[in-house]
Design a binder for this molecule. Structure first.
Ligand code: AMP
Length: 113
């Protein structure tokens, strides 16, 4: 069954897209927890970091540079930001298509349980 993020990739449901190329898509989180809350995903269907393989090394490396580019383009890089990826139950993952939360635009508080 395809995830909600696959439906966004396929343009079956709308999203507020901030970046797209042949391999990646980035869009505003529908339920932001910071002034700027973007989700960055590879178009390749990978469930989460736990399911990534050696074959995904280049893709995931590039994804980090996409995160960096988006932060710069949004003008939040200098002040700083945080990148998070949640994995499975204890990580709080709800959508099982690998994604990275980019949080910024304000001071991001300390992580707590
Ligand atoms: P996670 O808990 O890491 O799996 O995070 C999933 C994130 O996806 C949450 O922050 C949700 O608010 C976000 N989300 C779910 N559905 C949508 C959607 N249709 N468009 C944008 N963000 C979404």
């Amino acid at each position: 069954m395809s995830t909600i993020f696959q439906k966004i990739i396929d343009k079956e449901i709308p999203a507020n897209i901030v970046y797209e190329d042949s391999e990646f898509l980035a869009f505003h989180d529908i339920n932001p927890v910071a002034k700027i809350h973007i989700l960055v995903i590879p178009k390749k269907e990978i469930r989460n970091l736990d399911e990534a393989t050696e074959e995904d090394a280049l893709l995931l490396g590039k994804l980090q540079l996409v995160l960096e580019k988006i932060a710069r383009d949004l003008g939040i890089a200098k002040d700083g930001y945080r990148v998070i990826t949640n994995i499975n139950g204890n990580g709080g993952q709800e959508v099982f298509h690998i994604h990275y939360h980019l949080l910024g635009g304000e001071k991001i508080g300390v992580l707590n349980k």
